[in-house]
Design a protein around this ligand. Structure first.
Ligand SMILES: NC(=O)c1ccc[n+]([C@@H]2O[C@H](COP(=O)([O-])OP(=O)(O)OC[C@H]3O[C@@H](n4cnc5c(N)ncnc54)[C@H](O)[C@@H]3O)[C@@H](O)[C@H]2O)c1
Length: 458
């Protein structure tokens, strides 16, 4: 039996380790966090994150070979392998503020590991980190004065929230980076063996530490770049009566381009894309590559443009004022099937509408609590309503901002009947049947397609 510890019980630690535990009943897994409330929630029936299929895996493994605890030091002492999945947000102070990664939680963890260890261990970076962080970690860990040796591996997490269980059960690839020394190679092999309990060997790839660390930043940058690219084209489509879905389909059939991640929308969100790209931008600046830095920075700038363009279009379409108008936002989560609202475009649109003095009401099947927290002081000016029918009642407009299936299945005839006329619907995800909504009487504004409006006809 190997004692495997994960430090950080957030979206990553909490949605990956239970699946590893379910495939490795021969090992003992502990997930620790300094946040007592979070650990208590992981021990309850009401898990702190919503992720389809996760409840079932946690129920199956918890208190068998998976345990949750706040006693970080004790479990560090017992562990053979330590995954670290603490948060690495964008720095908000000092050098690199607004771009560089804030590594204070990571460094604190490394020191804690060093102080509480009495035998050598493998330490695995699961958090997303700037390239060459492992070098600093090795220095901190191996300067403990006790002669212990720590091997630092990079094993970035590629799961997508909303499909985390499926992604972890059946990953496209698992990437493990390590030092090309005897001990480094041995550590890599130990981690390969762990994943090989359920992942086919050919999908477990190994690389040098720096390639592995950098690959995670680059994967997110490329994914976000595709969204910004198609969103840029959506703006042009709206000026030219081209249809962005038709353009995306036509170009996506070219194998060199591929069809994935070409769906135009109000913008990308989530805790990672913006943060990781800015981190990449900072690294490029640091290494004296300003052209490369500004190339990638545009991906974030385009996303901000798209969010603001959407909010501006709402105001412009509604006769240039939304002050005092009730607007129902369908969706708060940054995408469907998660309760995560970090960097959600829905909340950006919400902030912009509040600025214009609209009365905003938000509905979402799982993310209202997080939306309230993320909006901070502004939450007092927003109504949070779990029932979409109640949210839309008496509203001048609906803005669909998260692609929850539930929103596609609503009775829009009933909704139209309960709204103020003319009724507006802004579909920030191109999720709904626009012609049908138009026939019901809505003025419909999709992304990257001609608006369907009754207003000009009269
Ligand atoms: N969310 C994602 O989809 C995703 C995907 C891939 C990679 N990542 C990366 O994984 C890392 C974690 O992301 P997340 O979304 O799980 O973050 P999160 O904020 O949800 O969770 C991090 C947890 O670490 C805990 N923590 C911080 N310092 C600690 C310490 N010293 N000891 C114990 N616990 C501590 C926090 O209390 C928090 O619960 C980040 O680097 C992120 O970039 C995230």
């Amino acid at each position: 039996m190997t004692n495997i510890l994960c430090i950080g019980a957030g979206y990553v630690g909490g949605s990956t380790i239970p699946i590893v535990a379910s495939h490795c009943p021969q090992h003992r897994f502990i997930i620790v966090d300094i946040n007592e409330e979070r650990i208590a929630a992981w021990q309850s029936d009401d898990l702190p994150i919503y992720e389809p299929g996760l409840d079932e895996v946690v129920r199956r493994t918890r208190d068998k070979n998976l345990f949750f605890s706040t006693d970080v030091n004790r479990h560090i002492a017992e562990a053979d392998i330590i995954f670290v999945s603490v948060n690495t947000p964008t720095k908000t102070f000092g050098r690199g503020a607004g771009k560089a990664a804030d590594l204070q939680y990571w460094e604190k963890t490394a020191r804690q590991i060093s102080e509480n260890s009495s035998f050598s261990k493998i330490v695995v970076e699961k958090s997303t980190l700037p390239v060459r962080t492992a070098e600093a970690m090795e220095r901190i860990l191996n300067s403990n004065g006790s002669g212990l040796h720590f091997d630092v591996l990079s094993n970035p997490e590629f799961l997508a929230e909303g499909t985390a269980v499926r992604d972890m059960e059946n990953p496209d690839r698992v990437l493990i980076g390590g030092r090309e020394t005897d001990s480094g190679r041995k550590a890599v092999e130990t981690l390969v063996e762990l994943y090989a309990n359920w992942v086919p060997r050919e999908r477990i790839i190994t690389a040098n530490l720096w390639s592995s660390e950098l690959s995670k930043l680059v994967a997110n940058a490329f994914l976000a770049q595709r969204i910004s690219s198609i969103n840029a084209i959506s703006a042009l489509c709206e000026k030219t009566e081209a249809d962005v879905s038709e353009v995306a389909y036509a170009i996506g059939l070219d194998n060199r381009i591929g069809k994935y991640f070409l769906r135009a929308s109000v913008g990308f969100g989530g805790s990672c894309f913006k943060k990781d790209i800015l981190n990449l931008v900072y690294l490029c600046e640091h290494y004296g590559l300003p052209e490369v830095a500004s190339y990638w920075e545009q991906v974030v700038a385009m996303n901000e443009f798209q969010e603001m363009r959407f909010a501006s279009k709402m105001v412009a379409s509604m006769f240039n004022t939304v002050a005092g108008k009730k607007i129902a936002l369908f969706g708060a989560a940054f995408k469907a099937n998660t309760n995560d609202t970090r960097e959600s475009p829905a909340l950006e649109v919400c902030r912009a509408l509040l600025e214009e003095r609209a009365e905003v009401i938000i509905t979402d099947p799982h993310a209202l609590e997080n939306a309230r927290d993320d909006l901070g002081e502004l939450a007092a000016r927003v109504v949070f309503e779990p029932d979409p029918y109640a949210a839309a009642k008496g509203a001048h407009a609906i803005a669909l901002l998260t692609e929850w299936n539930q929103f596609a299945e609503l009775d829009y005839e009933q909704i139209y009947g309960s709204m103020i006329k003319p009724a507006f619907l802004f579909d920030g995800r191109n999720l709904l049947d626009h012609s049908k909504l138009y026939e019901l009487g809505f003025n419909v504004y999709p992304i990257g397609k001609p608006a369907l409006t009754h207003l000009h006809a009269k």
